[in-house]
Design a binder for this molecule. Structure first.
Ligand code: SAH
Ligand code: MG
Length: 225
């Protein structure tokens, strides 16, 4: 169970993770670290640290860590003029969004500095040099076509067999939100390497099964007219 203090910290944190989906993400972290003990978790897209509390709680319980990747400059949809822009996040000295100070406050307030390791950088760049197998990968970075498909292609092969792949903002109905997270969820299922284990709001959790061969992310779907 998450402590009440930590649930309060998560709900107080800025960001885009509803409480029920956050708790489902934490449950996925618990299940993943039970299934493949000793391996770390990894998040792509931390923003101000809200979802990292849920994964950090699971990591702490299991004696591992969660790597929280974000360049902290915001996604396209967080930039001035876009739907999800929060003007007070702009660093006036730089003229760009900087969510890292908020992230650090959030993780400190939750008492999770030992279990949540910030990796400040561009997801594809970090992925180029990554080789550690992971108990769980949570994809919640850039939600455009190239960022989402790129994160799926680069990070899903690092999920250990019996580990979990979690994807946020999966909306089967286009009226509810953008396509790319839904498309990568379909790609993961189509690859044959993943089976669905749970759905909570827009969070989907998939388990990697042992197919006897490496995971092939598969070819990218082209949106139909
Ligand atoms: N999980 C967060 C929300 C993430 S919002 C929560 O719980 O609130 C998406 C985040 O992805 C933004 O902070 C943005 O900076 C980050 N992001 C987008 N593209 C990225 C990239 N190429 N590399 C690293 N981070 C990226
Ligand atoms: Mg999200």
């Amino acid at each position: 169970m998450m402590t009440t203090q930590r649930i309060v910290a998560a709900e107080a944190a800025r960001g885009f993770m509803p409480p029920d989906e956050g708790l489902a993400l934490r449950e996925a972290g618990v299940a993943a670290t039970d299934a493949v003990p000793g391996l770390p978790l990894l998040e792509i897209g931390s923003y101000c640290g809200k979802s990292a509390i849920y994964l950090g709680d699971a990591a702490e319980r299991a004696g591992v860590v969660v790597f929280a990747i974000d360049h902290h400059r915001g996604s396209e949809e967080n930039q001035p003029g876009w739907e999800w822009h929060e003007p007070d996040l702009v660093d006036p000295a730089v003229g760009r969004i900087d969510t890292l100070p908020w992230f650090r406050r959030t993780i400190h307030a939750a008492g999770l500095e030992a279990a949540v390791v910030a990796v400040v950088g561009d997801s594809p760049t970090v992925a180029r040099f990554w080789s550690t197998p992971l108990a769980l990968v949570f994809i919640d970075g850039g939600h455009g076509d190239d960022p989402a498909h790129g994160d799926y292609e680069r990070w899903s092969p690092h999920v250990a067999i019996n580990g979990l792949l979690a994807i946020h903002d999966v909306f089967p109905d286009p009226a509810d939100g953008g396509r790319p997270p839904y498309e990568i969820y379909l790609r993961a299922l189509d690859s044959g390497s993943f089976v669905e284990v749970s759905a909570t709001g827009s969070l989907r959790v998939l388990r990697r099964v042992d197919t006897g061969r490496p995971h092939d992310p598969g070819t990218r779907r082209v949106a139909s007219a």
